[in-house]
Design a binder for this molecule. Structure first.
Ligand code: NAD
Ligand code: ADE
Length: 416
């Protein structure tokens, strides 16, 4: 893999950013200190396809310090922090990532990771796992194991497993409680509005916010919309249980066909395609803002918007104005890509601390159990999850109670 970044001269700026992340990632930093020089991953090539942010840098450096050769490509063409990528290149990480890469360049970098013959792989969204299982089966067959960071990637891996094609064991890091309950919910909840506000500088108070999808990400976004003073928060769903939860959490629930007429700001978080499409654009108010926080840029149909519009103009960084034939203007943020990473810095370091501590420990588990795990998709071992929670609480100076022996016995007994 050939290291390629936007501008190596940005390394100093990147190092300060990474320093700031390190100050806010105590659990991962403890792991980094504990395994530095231990040779835990000595001689191993670890291939990573992740958003190249200051938090990812801390993970990559922790893996390097534990002995690994790290190969890193971007998991989205718009999410790379160029100064961080430059710093990582200076630190001996093989990195292929820059903000604004084309689709061919994006895939070229991921190919570079596959061609490096990694022993362990870490992916965010499943593009690396998918490529390894289609074009690099020889490489996939010799991989010890992999991890997956996000819901969309886990869904794709489940489909791969169902067809009996998965070649190596994969830990669905997304499914760790200390990942999705915090990263997907609080991380995306806050950083989605960070992205919307950096891009537009609009006031959220008084607005009608429509959130598509009431999964972990959607509920975080809805909660923050309410906290910022949105006048109405409307949820759209396809799952009756999740829709009911949204109702009981105090939100309005309705189909997108009705919400489209009412909303000022639309935010998709479904992991699904065409959630907002032609028929919805045709009903929207002049000035409606469209943002996506789901993994891929398929949730808002950019194709429909491009076809409908008579004019398209970039009016601010990350804000494209689409004028419809009747003169109404709709504003698409970050080209429909995940707004929190493309228009802001992604999740705050404090939540990535837990996500990436899970990643580090999942890779350690896969390596230490090599040869013993079937090529299946598995949830992270509960002891890893609980250990991360315990360390996070300790880092925050929070103590909790312990079960007394009598309580333990009581909870293990069925007798009255
Ligand atoms: P989830 O499975 O918990 O929730 C998704 C919800 O969307 C489900 O309740 C589902 O019923 C609903 N849904 C599906 N199709 C819909 C439709 N057409 N209309 C309305 N609702 C629909 O998943 P999640 O963990 O909340 O993740 C959602 C997406 O966000 C995924 O793509 C995930 O990879 C991504 N993600 C992004 C970030 C980020 O940093 N931006 C972080 C974590 C996850
Ligand atoms: N996904 C969401 N936020 C992120 C961040 N800050 N770094 C890496 N991946 C992320």
């Amino acid at each position: 893999m050939v290291t390629r970044v936007r501008d190596r001269g940005l390394a100093e700026q990147g190092s300060l950013k990474v320093y700031w992340a390190e100050r806010h990632m105590p659990v991962l930093m403890n792991l980094r200190r504990r395994y530095k020089g231990s040779g835990l991953f000595k001689g191993l090539r670890i291939g990573c396809v992740l958003h190249v942010t200051k938090e990812t840098a801390v993970l990559a450096l922790a893996l390097r310090d534990a002995g690994a050769e790290v190969y890193l490509a971007a998991s989205n063409p718009l999410s790379t922090q160029d100064d961080v990528a430059a710093y990582l290149a200076e630190q001996g990480i093989e990195v292929c990532a820059w903000r604004g890469m084309s689709s061919d360049e994006y895939w070229g970098c991921i190919r570079g990771v596959a061609e490096a013959s990694p022993d362990l792989v870490t992916d965010d969204g499943g593009d690396l796992h998918s490529l390894l299982h289609s074009e690099y089966l020889d490489k996939a067959s010799s991989i010890i194991g992999g991890t997956e960071e996000t819901t969309t990637g886990v869904i794709r891996l489940r489909a791969l497993e169902k067809e009996g094609l998965l070649r190596y064991p994969v830990i669905a890091v997304n499914n760790a409680y200390t990942k999705h309950l915090f990263d997907n919910r609080y991380g995306t909840g806050q950083s989605t509005f960070d992205g919307i506000m950096r891009a537009t500088n609009i006031l959220i108070a008084g607005k009608v916010v429509v959130v598509a999808g009431y999964g972990w990400v959607g509920r975080g976004i809805a909660a923050r919309a309410r906290g910022l003073g949105a006048r109405r928060v409307i949820v759209t769903e396809v799952d009756p249980i999740r829709a009911l939860e949204a109702v009981f959490d105090g939100y309005e629930v309705m189909p997108m066909s009705r919400a489209a007429e009412i909303g000022d700001i639309f935010i998709t978080a479904t992991g699904n395609r065409d959630v907002i499409r032609r028929e919805h654009f045709l009903k929207m108010r002049d000035g409606a803002i469209l943002a996506n926080s789901g993994h891929f840029n398929v949730e808002v149909s950019v194709k429909d918007l491009e076809e409908l519009a008579v004019e398209k103009k970039r009016i601010r960084p990350n804000v494209d104005e689409y004028t419809l034939p009747d003169g109404r203007r709709l504003y698409l943020l970050a080209e429909g890509r995940l707004v929190n990473l493309a228009a802001a810095e992604g999740h705050p370091s404090e939540v990535m601390d837990m996500s990436f501590a899970n990643q580090f420990l999942a890779l350690k588990y896969l390596y230490q159990n090599r040869g013993r795990l079937p090529p299946r998709l598995m949830n992270p071992p509960l002891e890893i999850d609980r250990g991360v929670a315990r360390e996070k609480l300790a880092a925050m100076g929070i103590e909790i109670d312990e079960l007394t022996p009598e309580q333990k016995k009581y909870l293990e007994s069925w007798r009255t």
